[in-house]
Structures are given as C-alpha cells and as structure tokens.
Design a protein around this ligand. Structure first.
Ligand SMILES: *Cc1c(COP(=O)(O)O)cnc(C)c1O
Length: 493
C-alpha cells in the first residue's frame, strides 16, 4: 500500500508517511486506495479480541510490517489500557451504544493512537534508514499533548515538544502536561488559542531556515497530531471493533447498517469512521457533533467553510478549534481525488479564511454526513439527563455528541443503532461536570473530582488524583510568533 498527498504530491510508503508526518507540499498523506473488509471478514473478526482486530486492520494499511511485528507493537501499546476491551461499549436505552475510548493512560481517546505511534514511528524510522533524532512537534487543544508526552517520554531516538493554549485547557489537562517526566520532553504554553498553536507548528514545519537549523543539529521533524497517518489508522480499528461487538452480541444482524456519532474538533476521529465506511463497514450515517465553535456544522449544511468568526472557550476545550486540519482528507475524497481543487480550497482558506466547495461535492457530503452543534448549556443539561436517567456519567465532549444525536433523531426519526464516541473521562473535566450536576464548584478541580466520586460511586482515576502532588516541571510561556525561538532554546539544553 502506497500513500499520496491530498495536494498531488509524492507517492511514498506508509513508513515514510509516518516518519514525515506531513507531505513536502503541505498536503496530507492518504492511502492510494481503501483496502476492503468483507462481511465474512467482519464475521471472523467478531470472534477476535480487540488487539487481534487491530492486527487485521493495520496489516491492510501498513504493508511494510509483518503480522508478527504489528501484533507485538499492538500488544505493547494496549497493555497500558485499564480495560482489556480497549474500547468497550456501554449500552443505553434506545439503541445508543457509547464507545468508551478513554481507558488509556491519559484518559482520553488520543491514547488509542498515541500509545501505538511511538512503536510505529521508531520502527518506520528504522525501515526508511532514518538515523537522526526524530523531534515530534505537537499542537494540542488539551488531550493530544499529554497522550503524546506519555507515549514518547524517554523513547530512545525521539524528542517530543508540545505547545498548548495558555488558559485554554482544563486544570487536569494542564497539570497532566506540566508535570510530565522524561529527559526528552518539552511543554510550552502559547499565549493564544489552539488555532494559533497549530498554525505556529505548521509554520515551523515549513520554515526553511528552521529546517536547516534542525538538520545541523541532526534532528528531523515529525508530527503526532492527527495529520500523521500513524494517528489515524489505529482510530479506524475501534469502529470496526464496535461493529464486531454488536454483531457478537446479536444486537445487530450481519450487514445491518449503523450510525456513528462523533464529537469533533480537528476532524480526525470522524474521518477515521468515514475511512472505515469506505473499507466496507456498514454505515448508514455519520453524525458530526460540534460545540459552539460550530464551523463544521455550518460547513456541512452549506458547503461553505468560514473560519472568520469569533473563537469561543467552551466546557469542551478539546474541540475549541476553527481550522479542522483533517477535513482536507475528506475534501480530497468528496472532490473525486482532485488535488488541484483541494489545493485551491486550502490556499483560499489560508489567504481569505474561507472556501466553498461545489454542489457535486456538497451532495456527496449530504449523502454521508449530518452535522449539529451543542452549546455549553445544552451540554450541561445532557450530562445531567444522562446521569439522572441512566446513572451514567459522561464528560462534556461526549455530552456534545449525545445532545447532537438526540436532536438528529428527533428531527429525522432515524433510529438506526448508533455508536457514539465517548472521548474522555469525566474526571478530566471535574469542574464542568460538577456544575452540570448542580454541585457546588467552590473548590479546586481535585476536591470537585473527589466529591463527584462520592456522589456517583465511581473512583477518581489514580492518575488524576495524584496530579496535585506532582512537581511542576514545565513553566515556559511564549507568544505565538516566538514558538520557533522558544523551541530552539529548549533544544540547546
Ligand atoms: C481531540 C478530542 C476531540 C476531537 O477529536 P478530533 O479528532 O480532533 O475531531 C473530542 N473530544 C476529546 C476529549 C478530545 O480530546
């Protein structure tokens, strides 16, 4: 399997795509074709555990590795999860199945890919003969940063540098990052929002002088954001796995179509669901859920992407994003793989902050996906409702998806069995969740989490409970325009 870029660039191996992260033309790597999974494959996979299902999906894309190699990497990665199912389903009334993606070491779905990526990346670097140190640059809206730090800490031959929006993440998310141990990690707060951090990281990637400075130091850059193919491919697995679980339980019949609802920011997670559908997963509809930064739900309705709007800080900070990088990969498919059209739209986005796709592409989009959004108030109400009706505690990102699904069902009457991605532990967002349950919020986040545990009978995850006792190791703050300079100073040390 070879990879091309969304802007018509070079064709490379999966290993090269993973090491490089981003195409030299600024485009994103995409597979040349979508390997197929038949109904017989699905039936066979239903009898396997999560890790073996992952082997079956990954080997179709990462053809440079043997099945044994992949199995070794997958088993090592998911041994760090607290649930052997990795992505267990929890059934709620009405055919809603919540897929809990937060059982990894940092309690958000990013772990599913980022526990595996260090293995994939180091093996890929070896395979392409890359002997230089690989510097992983990360812009995070809150969860990717910690998951990348946790995955790459002290991995030989790598360094990991994370930029997060100062004041734009939850207290638990911030402490998770600034207390990270490891000799090869750096964490920097940027005085700006996630889009500023992401734009700054992209600028570092394309800065020629920086490239030379890195080369002089024997360093090569890569990315752990979902622009990296190595991030996306492990995320395809859990949609197949959820389907297999539903088949195995007899909840659905073979070939029965399901809906999938995903709380969306950078469009990586829902793109993985779309790729699963292209590979043959029986999907009726994808439902793209946004928070008040609803640029995507407007786009899905109108075909016009307009990022020139106010940026809001919400109670679902990991989705506070106006430039959804991975949408480019969907546009590539919607346009019939027209690299020139995609390049034009991306140029327009960069220069004017907007673009508009044609009616052909928009019709295709409407055949595939619905979009909706939920305000902070909606989301708080949803957390309360799901707790009161089902005794089930969800985080604000998951609540956005649950609310958008509820609206979608009310509007359309579409009652297909639905898998909803639950992307983070509620204890990462103790303040917002406590407020949603009308509990007092007159204390620090950790006291609130302890009270939440008392009320719900759940346990505060140990990694969250320990945060206030850990020493802060990273306290650098920089302006968006100083990200490169700040990073270089870190590398000197
Ligand atoms: C990253 C994240 C999202 C958004 O995922 P994308 O792949 O960026 O669309 C949603 N919820 C949580 C908790 C996240 O960490």
């Amino acid at each position: 399997m070879k990879y091309m870029t969304t802007r018509g660039g070079e064709t490379v191996s999966a290993e090269r795509a993973i090491v490089q992260g981003l195409g030299a033309d600024g485009g994103l790597f995409v597979p040349e074709s979508f390997p197929q999974v038949t109904k017989y494959d699905l039936r066979d996979m239903a009898a396997l555990n999560y890790n073996e299902r992952a082997v079956r999906i990954l080997e179709r894309f990462l053809t440079g590795f043997s099945r044994e190699q992949l199995r070794g990497m997958i088993n090592a990665a998911y041994a760090r999860f607290d649930d052997h199912g990795v992505a267990p389903l929890r059934e709620l009334p009405g055919g809603v199945h919540v897929m809990e993606l937060y059982h990894g070491p940092t309690l958000a779905f990013k772990d599913v890919a980022l526990t595996l990526l260090p293995h994939l990346l180091t093996a890929s670097a070896r395979a392409v003969g890359e002997n230089r140190e690989v510097l992983i640059l990360v812009a995070t809206s809150g969860d990717t940063g910690k998951a990348a730090l946790s995955g790459f800490a002290d991995v030989p031959g790598t360094r990991c540098a994370v930029f997060y929006p100062n004041g734009g993440v939850s207290e638990a998310q911030r402490l998770q990052m600034v207390t990270q141990r490891g000799d090869n990690v750096a964490v920097m707060a940027v005085n700006g929002n996630f889009d500023d951090a992401q734009t700054g990281v992209k600028r570092i990637f394309s800065d020629r002088e920086a490239a030379k400075a890195f080369a002089d130091r024997g360093v090569v850059l890569s990315s752990a954001n979902s622009i990296n193919w190595g991030r996306l491919v492990p995320q395809i697995v859990y949609y197949f796995s959820a389907y297999c679980d539903l088949l195995a339980k007899g909840t659905i019949a073979p070939e029965e179509k399901i809906n999938i609802c995903v709380p969306t920011g950078n469009f990586g997670n829902i793109l993985a669901a779309y790729y699963a559908e292209r590979m043959g997963l029986p999907v009726n509809r994808l439902i793209c859920a946004s928070n008040r930064n609803n640029v995507l739900s407007d786009f899905i309705r109108t075909g016009r992407y307009d990022a020139r709007r106010a940026f809001y800080q919400t109670t679902s900070p990991s989705m506070d994003i106006l430039i959804s990088s991975n949408l480019e990969r969907l546009l590539f498919e919607l346009s019939g793989r027209d690299a020139a059209a995609v390049s034009g739209w991306m140029k327009s986005l960069k220069e004017t902050g907007e673009y508009e796709i044609g009616s052909d592409a928009l019709n295709k989009l409407h055949g595939l996906m619905s979009g909706g959004w939920a305000s902070d108030e909606d989301c708080a109400e949803e957390i309360g409702r799901v707790w009161n009706e089902n005794g089930y505690l969800i985080d604000p990102h998951t609540a956005v998806a649950m609310k958008v699904l509820r609206d979608y069902r009310a509007e359309t009457g579409d009652e297909h069995v639905c898998v909803t991605a639950s992307t983070a532990s509620p204890f990462k967002f103790g303040r917002a969740v406590s407020a949603a349950l009308h509990m007092p919020v007159d204390a620090d986040d950790f006291t609130l989490c302890a009270r939440l545990a008392d009320k719900t009978g759940l346990q505060v995850p140990a990694s969250i409970a320990a945060l206030p006792t850990l020493p802060v190791r990273h306290n650098t703050v920089c302006a968006p325009e100083d990200m490169l300079k700040t990073l270089m100073a870190k590398l000197e040390k």
